[in-house]
Design a protein around this ligand. Structure first.
Ligand code: AMP
Ligand code: MG
Length: 406
């Protein structure tokens, strides 16, 4: 039996980064990972422009402007976003009405917002001074031409989609998604939504399918396979073209738990069989060339916890991500936690923030079949192997399951 850390190390070092890329358009790029550094070939914004609706002026003209002694300037033109001032450089004594986003006319060096002025008959009274460059957004202020704006391995979220669009890109080169085969094992299982009285309903396949999708894999569901050696073997054989195969169930010590033996017969190099963790002790991990195999336990909570700890980082690594860790913070427990020593426990927890401090309690009963505990939790409380008691107020590690990787 090995530690969680050792298991993760083995899994990461056996997860090879995809060599292939593909193109995707912006609308479909969410959640994908950039294959190359993105270097901007233009400035964003492209020109100096106004950050406010107001008047482009010469700052020195209104240096003495005050509520009681306004400065009067003659308005000679108006520019809106998308247009530009066509005259020569703005001269002292004049102003140009300007809208947010419109290019700053030559000669002007600040913008006084409408709110600080009064206009009548093409003359504007300015009641307040500006400082130089006030309310001007400079060309390249956000993105400078030639700069690396996003590194290869960056996961594309909404802000990245915005940046890629502003850099005038539409076809984005991303890592190819690994194909991930999903197998559910168990004679007791039936698919949801059918006439299933008395059967145990398969939830693992659907959880795994969505988790694989969430972390950038391409899930392929292989169905329920009965607990018999040949069927399990044939199901794995039918999935051998995938990059990752994940099964649930059939890895414990029961008479019908065939997964480790099947994997061995298929020539898969088993590198992990048990991990010092709860839930999820019996976890099989193996490799065959660049393909990786996960035999996860059957219990629904064990599946989710072991996916989060091991399969998620493997998929992220294979898709080139450089951020693969969920954040871990310290929180004070609001209840006594007891456990046996020997394994690292991942307890479903609910954290909250009070007066800027983090507190955490458990979701209640922690049986590995209690899937409601995953739904009501917002973190996993991680209690180390050697600890058997945590008192109220003691600090524990909490892994923020719903937060993006850092
Ligand atoms: P096993 O490791 O195959 O003995 O599975 C342990 C337990 O997990 C089973 O007794 C079932 O209650 C549950 N289980 C196994 N597979 C699934 C599944 N696909 N969906 C929901 N529960 C499952
Ligand atoms: Mg089973």
């Amino acid at each position: 039996m090995i530690t969680v850390e050792k298991a993760l190390e083995i899994i990461i070092s056996n997860s090879s980064v995809a060599e292939k890329s593909e193109k995707t358009d912006l609308f479909n790029s969410y959640g994908r990972t950039l294959f190359k550094d993105t270097i901007s070939d233009s400035n964003v914004p492209p020109v100096n422009n106004s950050a406010m609706d107001g008047y482009a002026i010469l700052t020195s003209d209104i240096a003495n402007a005050e509520k009681k002694t306004p400065i009067l300037l003659e308005i000679i033109d108006e520019v809106q976003a998308g247009n530009k001032f066509k005259g020569d450089a703005l001269q002292s004594g004049y102003a140009i009405r300007i809208m947010t986003g419109a290019p700053i006319p030559e000669g002007a060096d600040s913008v006084i917002p409408f709110e600080e002025t009064e206009e009548s008959e093409n003359v504007v009274k300015v009641f307040k001074k500006t400082s130089i460059h006030e309310n001007i957004r400079f060309a390249g202020e956000d993105i400078q031409k030639g700069n690396t704006v996003l590194k290869a391995g960056t996961r594309i979220d909404s802000a990245e989609i915005g940046l890629l669009s502003s850099m005038n890109m539409n076809q984005i080169e991303v890592y190819k998604k690994p194909d991930v085969g999903i197998i559910s094992t168990g004679d007791e299982l039936a698919e949801p939504g059918l006439n299933n009285s008395g059967k145990l309903i398969n939830s693992n396949a659907y959880v795994l399918y969505s988790e694989v999708k969430k972390y950038g894999g391409n899930p392929v569901y292989g169905g329920i396979v009965k607990d018999n050696y040949e069927d399990v073997k044939n199901c794995f054989l039918s999935m051998m073209d995938k990059d990752i195969i994940i099964s649930s169930g059939g890895v414990s010590m029961g008479r019908y738990d065939f997964i480790p033996d099947v994997l061995k017969e298929l020539g898969i190099d088993i590198k992990i069989e048990k991990v010092m963790m709860k839930p999820g002790k019996p976890i099989v991990f193996g490799t065959m060339g660049k393909k990786i195999f996960f035999g996860l336990p059957g219990n629904p909570v064990s599946v989710m916890v072991s996916f989060m700890q091991f399969v998620r980082p493997a998929i992220l690594t294979m898709t080139g991500n450089y951020k693969i860790s969920k954040p871990v913070l310290k929180a004070a427990t609001t209840e006594v936690i007891t456990k046996k020593t020997g394994r690292k426990h991942f307890i479903r927890g609910i954290f909250h923030i009070k007066d800027g401090k983090l507190f955490v309690g458990t979701t209640g009963p922690q049986g590995s079949g209690i899937l409601t505990s995953m739904s009501s939790s917002n973190c996993l409380i991680i209690i180390p192997e050697e600890i058997d008691l945590v008192k109220i107020g003691e600090l524990v590690d909490i892994q923020l399951t719903g937060h993006s990787e850092i």
